[in-house]
Write a protein that binds this ligand. Sequence first.
Ligand code: CP
Length: 316
Amino acid sequence: MRHLLSTRDLSRDTAIGLLDVAEDMADTQLREVKKLPTLRGKTVVNLFFEDSTRTRISFEAAAKRLSADVINFSAKGSSVSKGESLKDTAQTLQAMGADAVVIRHPASGAPQTLATSGWIDAGILNAGDGTHEHPTQALLDAYTIRKRVHGAASRGKDLDGLAVTIVGDVLHSRVARSNVWLLTTLGATVSIVSPPTLVPVNTSGWPVTVGYDLDEAIAAEPDVIIMLRIQAERMRNAFFPNSREYSRRWGLDDGRLHQLRATTIVMHPGPMNRGLEISAAAADSPQSTVREQVANGVSVRMAALYLLLSGDREDA
Ligand code: CP
């Protein structure tokens, strides 16, 4: 694998292979092997042009657990605020010997630009670009679902036959897009449920059904329900139902939590707006995998860095 830019590009075999390597990485953590020597001498740069807690910290933890050197770069406080371009920033990182660049950027397509521009020779990992994709989030979500469903026997397995409902602000969600592609590649049936104003205009090529009624979706007894964050910072012209209306019609509140089957997995990528898209009781219930998702993110990102930086880097 040369870069990890999107889940739309991933084949079923590549995705399952990555999840299996993530299981191997998780096993080393269970055996309390704090550090693997695998990426000693490699340099990973975390290049974040947007805020992040989970993704940035878990990429840093993943790189360090593989013994790579890590450089954290945040656009705030850097020469980007003086107007330095992405090209000059990339060439600075090239001069510093970066082997991998983990990039989060508000512009959809920025990681693809870095990967194809020739400005830098490093492997590029997309940590979230605009409203386009967030592939490692979808991979850790798939890993978490697979682990809950198949337990210790999950290696080599896909998500065939599972029904996944993604709820909320799909319009602005790169997590939703990456999950739509990856989960369907892995055999799940995906539906999205949103206010009509928060569904992207053109979902005709998406392998999903679109609905607007959360209670109807819950009555269909999904295996997994993924609640999305309302991205207030990205709302421009979209009509946003006010918070009370949104929560009443599209929030996973305590009443809806009790309507779900006891086996339905409740997911959220974080950060959560508690009381808006998800109640505290739902977020903290035994059905919720919110904390598991964060923990699994480290293993998944270790796997991604390992596959990019060890051995031959082939075009993916
Ligand atoms: N899920 C996610 O991407 O969280 P952060 O924005 O905190 O990285």
